[in-house]
Design a protein around this ligand. Structure first.
Ligand SMILES: Cc1cc2nc3c(=O)[nH]c(=O)nc-3n(C[C@H](O)[C@H](O)[C@H](O)COP(=O)(O)OP(=O)(O)OC[C@H]3O[C@@H](n4cnc5c(N)ncnc54)[C@H](O)[C@@H]3O)c2cc1C
Length: 432
């Protein structure tokens, strides 16, 4: 079978899907821009608390990163803990780490409460060391995570690595049993249905083109222009991830959109699948320009990486298929003759300081910068923003920290310098 330039996960989503509401009302309590994990999680929480909420999605629900990702529901944050503590202080980082653990519970809770069939499983994740120096740092890092956050990681020396992965190229690994895996397209489809069941109005093919704050009898309200006409709202949540547009320029300036690509093989014989990933972990390596991979529930090898730094286009997707296949065979020579059946790409929302941010910008609520942790984080941040709107105390440790703009050339809408950033990270991977 030739490779299909198509997201494998979408092939696994069966009806019923959430149906778009027909007519946009003149006004509503809360407008949410973007129908991915973040927007739909916020909508579900708001609707459950009796708030009239509308999700405006430019394409279809889950169309963005939320249906395209690896489905890894991961603990921790992208940056090393010492860097975080130096930047934000011990207390704040403890709260951030606790949030990363809580966000996995949050996904699990929603999946169970809403009966979302998406193969959620607490299978744990495995990080594998590409160099001896990377492995040497694992012990210290695990000790710090234990002492600071009372969270346990397990170090796997090279001579035991075969119990975790059917590859001999790595120098050891570290396992976190708390992480989970799921089918992201099924999860986001279930989240949309759950939000709708709770009473949220979902509008697909409704692109927000501008948002303006107006005064109405002394009270501020937002006038939101869309491809289906205007709507006013008391509050707006920006949940547009890496696909943010110039409709909301203040936040757009802060987002660095980075492409990531995935291939999925044909279904593997079960003994081969077990050999490649004996414990069915979510796996990623220790490089900046990293590979991440896992088995799908039907035993395909799903293998992702930053084959190109640019957001996805037909060309980058096509080129990625061969780049990733070579990467996969480098890890797993056993897959040399295995057919690749799917290739697709998506865009991740990075921030310059590689940490998520949330709060208010231009009077609107927002959460962004989830990078490769958005399955859990976007769900959690969505629920938290909903809580803020309903008057819950603000305990989001990512709110109020400095949020730098992205440099010109890297920011959303103006990404000419992304290949330079890619080259820089390749150099770092070579030398460190
Ligand atoms: C290939 C890939 C692999 C990944 N792997 C993982 C992983 O394994 N684990 C993990 O935790 N994270 C992973 N991520 C990241 C994760 O998928 C994202 O962080 C997460 O999905 C972000 O969710 P979101 O709701 O913020 O944004 P999105 O899901 O991107 O949704 C934003 C939506 O906003 C809409 N939108 C934008 N502008 C407008 C507008 N003006 N009007 C109306 N709608 C608008 C878009 O159409 C889009 O559907 C991966 C991402 C990619 C691309």
């Amino acid at each position: 079978m030739p490779i299909r330039e198509k997201n494998y996960w979408l092939d696994t989503v069966a009806a019923p899907l959430a149906q778009s509401a027909r007519d946009l009302p003149d006004s509503i309590d809360v407008v949410i821009v973007g129908g991915g994990f973040c927007g739909l999680s916020a909508a579900r929480s708001l609707a459950k608390r009796g708030v009239k909420v509308g999700v405006l999605e430019a394409e279809t629900f889950g169309w963005g990163a939320s249906s395209r990702n690896g489905g890894m529901v991961l603990t921790g944050m992208k940056l090393p803990v010492p860097t975080l503590i130096k930047r934000y202080g011990r207390d704040t980082v403890r709260k951030m780490y606790a949030a990363s653990l809580e966000s996995i519970d949050c996904v699990e809770h929603i999946v169970r409460e809403e009966n979302i069939e998406c193969n959620f499983s607490r299978c744990g994740h495995l990080e594998v060391a590409c160099k001896q120096a990377h492995f040497d740092g694992y012990e210290e890092s695990a000790a710090l995570i234990k002492s600071e956050f009372n969270h346990e990681l397990r170090i796997i020396p090279k001579n035991e690595l075969r119990t975790e992965i059917g590859s001999d190229i790595y120098f050891g690994g570290t396992v976190d049993e708390t992480s989970a895996g799921l089918n992201p397209a099924q999860y986001v489809a279930g989240l949309a249905l759950a939000a709708q069941r709770a009473g949220a109005c979902l509008f697909d093919h409704t692109r927000v083109t501008s948002v303006a704050l107006e005064q109405d009898n002394g009270a501020g309200k937002f006038r939101v222009q869309t491809s289906r006409g205007p709507i006013t709202a008391r509050e707006v949540i920006l949940a547009s991830g890496a696909y943010i547009t110039k409709a909301t320029p203040a936040l757009q300036k802060k987002i660095i959109p980075i492409g990531s690509y995935i291939i999925a093989t044909e279904v593997l014989p079960s003994d081969l699948a077990r050999e490649l990933s004996p414990r069915n972990r979510m796996i990623y390596d220790s490089k900046h320009f990293l590979y991440y991979y896992r088995l799908t529930p039907d035993n395909r090898m799903l293998f992702g990486g930053r084959a190109a730094f640019f957001p996805e286009t037909e060309n980058t997707v096509r080129q990625s298929a061969e780049i990733l296949r070579r990467g996969m065979i480098g890890v797993y020579p056993q897959l040399h003759d295995t057919k690749v059946e799917f290739v697709w790409g998506g865009t991740l929302d990075f921030t310059l300081d590689v940490i998520p941010h949330a709060g208010k910008i231009d009077g609107m609520y927002f959460a962004a910068g989830f990078a490769g942790h958005g399955v859990a984080a976007a769900t959690w941040f969505g629920a938290k923003l909903a809580g803020l709107i309903c008057g819950d105390p603000n305990d989001i440790p990512f709110d109020g920290i400095k949020f730098p703009a992205a440099p010109l050339g890297l920011r959303s809408g103006n990404t000419w310098a992304l290949p330079l950033a890619g080259a820089w990270y390749r150099l770092l991977d070579f030398f460190t």
